[in-house]
Design a protein around this ligand. Structure first.
Ligand SMILES: Nc1ncnc2c1ncn2[C@@H]1O[C@H](COP(=O)(O)OP(=O)(O)O)[C@@H](O)[C@H]1O
Ligand SMILES: [Mg+2]
Length: 228
């Protein structure tokens, strides 16, 4: 059974082709980057990949499930969309707790999950603070922690490092690497920072909804920068 495959995806908004004929597969255990400038179609692709919206043409298969079986897919994916969906007037703990309860965990299991994730991401000291009081980097960590509450096999993130300073970006990448290397989690993420290509195993480069490159990050760097 194929792991994640995206076949001939096309998505139009009016006359604009947000995505045109996109084809790729993601392998289990890799860090797969979707890179491109603003308006390239990254967020549209993430929404289609996570089955939040339907493409005009083509299909996505995740562990053999298609759009009709997207409820099954939801259990396998942890998703962080580009726009924050944390409740900014609630505390970190409350945000995580409500989400865990929604996933059907008991109160004591939820508390335990929150404790472990807060320790992994090093935000134990912020658990009682409101989201609105956090720095951008800490917010992003909480958002990722929330996506991991149900122990998904695949973590999908739309521009997780957008707007963060260099130090917070590096820190976030060290967590991403750790989740991937130590826990064997498959990571799919988008970025418009070209330098983040080198941190991925493979990349899809998008521009104006079209595939410009698909291959290993080493190949990309060799072809476009003449060095590895
Ligand atoms: N809901 C929408 N309605 C109309 N146009 C949209 C919508 N979402 C995206 N687009 C258009 O599709 C193109 C790709 O957008 P998007 O996927 O958000 O790109 P990126 O995430 O790479 O910045 C852009 O031209 C954008 O304006
Ligand atoms: Mg986007």
């Amino acid at each position: 059974m194929r792991f994640i495959s995206v076949k001939n995806i096309t998505k139009r908004y009016g006359n604009v082709f947000a995505l045109e004929n996109i084809n790729f597969e993601v392998k289990e255990g890799e860090i797969f980057g979707i890179v491109g400038p603003n308006g390239a179609g990254k967020s549209t692709l993430i929404k289609i990949l996570t089955m939040a919206i339907k493409p005009d043409e083509g299909e996505v298969l995740i562990y053999g499930s298609d759009f009709k079986n997207r409820k099954k897919v939801a259990k396998k994916l942890g998703i962080v969309f580009q726009e924050t969906t944390l409740d900014v007037i609630l505390t970190v703990r409350e945000n995580l707790f409500f989400h865990a309860i929604l996933f059907g965990f008991s109160s004591s299991i939820s508390k335990n999950l929150i404790k472990n994730l807060a320790s992994f991401f090093n935000f134990e000291n912020y658990l009682n603070m409101k989201i609105s009081e956090l720095s951008g980097g800490t917010r992003r960590k909480v958002e990722i922690a929330r996506a991991l509450l149900h122990s998904p096999k695949v973590l999908v993130m739309d521009e997780p490092t957008l707007g963060l300073d260099i130090e917070s970006r590096n820190q976030l990448w060290s967590y991403i690497k750790e989740l991937n290397k130590k826990n064997g989690m498959t990571i799919i993420l988008t970025s418009h920072y070209l330098e983040e290509i080198s941190l991925c195993d493979r990349v899809l480069v998008l521009d104006s909804g079209k595939m410009r490159f698909l291959g290993s990050s080493k190949e990309f760097i060799k072809n476009f920068y003449g060095k590895v």
